[in-house]
Design a protein around this ligand. Structure first.
Ligand SMILES: NC(=O)c1ccc[n+]([C@@H]2O[C@H](COP(=O)([O-])OP(=O)(O)OC[C@H]3O[C@@H](n4cnc5c(N)ncnc54)[C@H](O)[C@@H]3O)[C@@H](O)[C@H]2O)c1
Ligand SMILES: Nc1ncnc2c1ncn2[C@@H]1O[C@H](COP(=O)(O)OP(=O)(O)OP(=O)(O)O)[C@@H](O)[C@H]1O
Length: 294
């Protein structure tokens, strides 16, 4: 099995996590390839007993890889998706972070759960993504014009609200007067959208959520729409530019630009183990099980 390993940070517990992974791997035939920046740091820390091959960018990943292991929190998982892109390589998230909604394997369970990938005892949770297009698209996007969690428009360099004219399949929906607007996938529904009052969607729901950020149209509420809807947003503002975010990445765009948002034709596959399924994560991470009355 050929496995890519990626992490954004080296912290005091990274060595222990890598050592647990290697303890499992030594029982199987595994070809390990590290992401180059992560490899540089762990080499400096001298925790590897032999050299390993590296990959530098998404271009170095191909169909020969069976699995992509992300060591970190949800932010690292979002970055992992930018390496994997449309390559269909399943991503397994080891949670070295805090919440770990997407990175579902706790450090303590590495030795128990990792062997399951070799026994093929896991499910794939396919996640919908959103793509962004507009005339004069920013080159800095470097083809990273899609989001696993959400695409958001928001105000820039002003405390004044922006107006977000919104069309669904060409039909006028509303002009939100707000700090911004979130278009969220089911995956992103437990992220920013949730903080703004949006509903939680299970990963398999074929829907998207449009959630305004602090709307002054007090009647405006989060709206669930089919995920094959073609969404157009046009922001008006006192400023010349507004912000557009795709997950953790952010760019400035001229106001009055028509932003075209739709579902991508590929998905990101997350590895899901028994007992670490979405519904378990909901109860554990959003503390639903903490109400002692039931
Ligand atoms: N007010 C908010 O809630 C708010 C504001 C901005 C961004 N975000 C979220 O943060 C994401 C970017 O992550 P980052 O690491 O760069 O920022 P960050 O460091 O500010 O982390 C944001 C938090 O959101 C959590 N998170 C991310 N994706 C999630 C998901 N799908 N379900 C549940 N929780 C999730 C992370 O665990 C982390 O605790 C964005 O995609 C957005 O969803 C949330
Ligand atoms: N490779 C790693 N080794 C050890 N700890 C890590 C590693 N990557 C991340 N962490 C820890 O997790 C924290 C958060 O990481 P990350 O930015 O990936 O997630 P996040 O978006 O903040 O989400 P979460 O709430 O899940 O932590 C880091 O500040 C660090 O403490």
């Amino acid at each position: 099995m050929k496995i890519a390993i990626y992490g954004q940070y080296y912290k005091e517990n990274t060595q222990e996590i890598i050592s647990k992974i290697f303890t499992v791997f030594k029982n199987y035939t595994v070809e390990i390839v590290f992401e180059s920046n992560f490899y540089k740091v762990i080499e400096e820390e001298k925790i590897l007993q032999q050299p390993f091959p590296i990959f530098n960018s998404h271009k170095d990943l191909d169909g020969s890889f069976d699995m992509f292991i992300s060591i970190g929190g949800d932010g690292t998982m979002l970055r992992a998706a930018t390496f994997v892109r449309d390559k269909n390589i399943p991503i397994l998230g080891i949670n070295a972070g805090r919440l770990g909604f997407l990175a579902t394997v706790p450090q303590e369970s590495i030795e128990k759960l990792l062997p399951l990938i070799f026994e093929k005892n896991y499910n794939i949770s396919s996640r919908t993504l959103l793509s962004l297009d507009y005339e004069g698209k920013d080159e800095s996007l470097d083809n990273l014009d899609y989001a696993l969690n959400e695409i958001t428009v928001s105000r820039k360099d002003t405390t004044s609200m922006i107006t977000v004219e919104t069309r669904l399949d060409g039909d006028y929906l509303n002009s939100y007067w707000a700090d911004g607007l979130i278009i969220s996938t089911p995956t992103g529904s437990t992220g920013y959208s949730l903080s703004c009052g949006g509903p939680i969607l299970t990963p398999g729901a074929n829907s998207l959520v449009i959630t305004p950020i602090a709307p002054h149209n007090l009647n405006a509420r989060p709206l669930v729409i089919p995920d094959d809807t073609y969404i157009e947003l046009k922001v008006s503002s006192r400023e010349e530019q507004h912000l557009v975010s795709l997950d953790s990445r952010i760019i400035a765009v001229e106001t009055e630009t028509i932003l075209k948002i739709q579902k991508t034709d590929f998905k990101i596959n997350l590895v899901e183990f028994p007992h670490e399924k979405f519904l378990d994560t909901l109860r554990k991470k959003l503390l639903w099980g903490e109400d002692k009355r039931n």
